[in-house]
Design a protein around this ligand. Structure first.
Ligand SMILES: Cc1cc2nc3c(=O)[nH]c(=O)nc-3n(C[C@H](O)[C@H](O)[C@H](O)COP(=O)(O)OP(=O)(O)OC[C@H]3O[C@@H](n4cnc5c(N)ncnc54)[C@H](O)[C@@H]3O)c2cc1C
Length: 521
């Protein structure tokens, strides 16, 4: 079973169903196809974090060399380009410029250096060179450091940036893709010729080893097949394999009842050989067992033989990213490539950048707006009464009461336009005057603050603003978290957390890592 039908959950479900996923050096071998059941709390697959990105295929410039982010970004991008080409998912390798600020450099007319050994007047800044060196160590290819003059030849709209240096790093292998079509293609591979049975219709669920008469329904995917069930959330379970058949016993909350009249939400039990938790913004609640109803038939996800090594609740923090755009009436895009400033030194974001979509429109963002304490506590499942637990107590898909079933915080505060205006002008002085930018949409990054993998224990409070301070140098921002039994002790259970950017790019490669974690003894 896979909990969460975002890009990551679907990529691992696809790998399991197709029997993919050997990881060189991890001692795993090629396996046969498996039956897969994917649960999605929202009304359809891919409606979570995966639906709110910049749709950029990252080349792997920013991450700590050797980290999971770096490795899966570089390998994931290679596979993603190939997947898009083979499956007809629209994608364009249009390239990207990371520009260093520098009024003097950008304003200076291009001229030849006086001596061959002298640096050119608009040489790339030290930070750009460091970024290029880091990118090469990560395994990124297609890189070139450009003088400011050369960058302006490529993108004439650049200019008059503030600061003291200048220049740009060109990444030819960065680009854009249709992330929605990608997720649909993954879902199609998971379901294949299989079924799209719905948990909300008891007649279409085939009971699989019902474990007690109190279980209203159970489901199994067709043999050798895959099934994605929407409006159904993992809300608890026993990971100790205590049952007679030694399988995991999991609790699933459906939005609508199984009766003919629809009914309210109900909880069903499902037995599974293995579990992948890839629940995006819902992961902290699952790991800390907060979705369990007081009267649950089996204990909630308290069955971790050893919780050590899992991220403590206080490590989960959330940074909203807002986007603004120019209305089409403001003319064509000023750029033909992706345009990024140097990354935010805090490591929290890549800086307010300009991306193009596949129709050629430019949008700006995302910025970094840390969610406050209340929202963080809610996402982490803290301070909820028993009545609120178990997937929303009547919230239903899109209904109130449960953020698990409900929409993500997607509104953009129009007053943030001033912040965007200033950031964009640092590389695009031609930005039209005040009021030109229109709020677009927002997404929330599930971040993990650095934590100790052993004996982390502490259940401290929410972080909010404190998170920003804790995430100081870029090198200290956490890696993607993928853990199997060697970390948490539950055999056949893989946990994925902190899948912020470049999670879409990395998803096909992350799937291999997750399969390897599932196989850990
Ligand atoms: C603003 C922003 C911009 C980004 N830009 C890029 C980019 O340009 N390129 C890039 O590569 N990456 C980008 N990312 C990162 C990327 O979008 C994510 O890393 C990736 O989509 C995460 O996928 P996921 O499957 O882990 O999460 P999700 O897509 O959120 O999937 C998790 C799913 O689990 C479901 N769920 C939650 N709880 C439960 C439960 N208990 N039971 C069942 N289901 C549950 C949720 O409804 C959700 O659909 C961006 C992220 C943000 C926020």
């Amino acid at each position: 079973m896979v909990a969460g039908a975002g890009a990551v959950g679907l990529a691992v479900a696809r790998a399991l169903r197709l029997g993919l996923g050997p990881v060189p050096g991890r001692g795993t071998s090629r396996r046969g196809p498996r039956d897969v059941l994917v649960l999605e709390a929202r009304a359809r697959p891919g409606a979570g974090v995966s639906s709110r990105s910049s749709e950029v295929v990252h080349a792997g410039l920013y991450y700590a060399p050797g980290s999971l982010k770096a490795r899966t970004c570089v390998e994931g991008a290679r596979r993603l380009w190939q997947f898009c080409a083979e499956r007809g998912v629209r994608a364009r390798k249009l390239g990207k410029l990371v520009v260093a600020p520098g009024r003097a450099a950008w304003d200076a007319p291009p001229r030849a250096p006086a001596r061959a050994s002298a640096p050119p007047p608009s040489a790339p800044s030290g930070r750009l060179e460091a970024l290029a060196a880091n990118a090469r160590l990560c395994g990124a290819s297609g890189l070139e450091l450009l003088t400011a003059a050369r960058a302006r030849e490529l993108e004439p709209a650049l200019g008059r940036a503030r600061g003291s240096a200048g220049g740009a790093l060109l990444s030819r292998d960065s680009g854009i893709f249709d992330s929605h079509a990608f997720v649909e293609a993954l879902a199609a591979d998971v379901e294949g010729q299989g079924s799209s049975l719905s948990f909300s219709s008891s007649s279409s669920c085939s009971p699989a080893s019902p474990s007690s008469s109190s279980s209203p329904a159970a489901a199994s995917p067709p043999l050798g097949g895959g099934m994605i069930v929407s409006r159904a959330a993992l809300v608890g379970g026993d990971l100790s394999r205590a049952g007679a058949d030694g399988r995991l016993e999991l609790l699933v909350r459906t939005a609508a009842g199984g009766g003919a009249g629809g009914g309210g939400p109900e909880t069903v039990r499902v037995r599974a050989d293995a579990l992948v938790v890839a629940a995006g913004l819902g992961t902290a609640r699952l790991l800390h067992g907060d979705l369990v109803e007081a009267d649950a038939v089996v204990p909630g996800l308290r069955g971790w033989p050893s919780p050590e090594g899992l991220p403590p609740r206080a490590a989960f923090a959330y940074a909203k990213g807002n986007y603004f755009a120019l209305p089409p009436s403001r003319g064509p895009s000023p750029f033909s490539r992706l345009l990024y400033p140097l990354p935010d030194p805090s490591g929290a974001g890549l800086g307010i950048h300009a991306t193009l979509d596949l129709s050629g429109r430019t949008r700006f963002g995302p910025d970094v707006e840390w969610l406050g304490e209340r929202e963080t506590r809610e996402l982490n499942g803290e301070g909820r009464s028993d009545g609120e637990r178990g997937g929303g107590g009547g919230g239903g898909a899109g209904g109130g009461g449960s953020e698990i079933f409900g929409p993500e915080p997607g509104d953009v505060d129009p007053s943030r336009a001033a912040l965007f205006d200033a950031a964009i002008r640092s590389y695009w002085p031609g930005l039209p005057g005040a009021g030109a930018l229109r709020p677009e949409y927002a997404g929330v990054r599930p971040k993990l603050l650095p934590f100790s993998r052993r004996g982390s224990g502490g259940e401290g409070g929410a972080v909010g603003e404190a998170a920003a301070a804790a995430l100081s140098p870029p090198s200290s921002s956490s890696d993607f978290f993928v853990a199997g039994a060697r970390t948490h002790g539950a055999r056949g259970v893989a946990v994925v957390a902190g899948i912020e950017s470049p999670g879409l790019t990395a998803s096909l490669a992350l799937a291999d890592e997750i399969v390897a974690a599932l196989l850990e003894e």
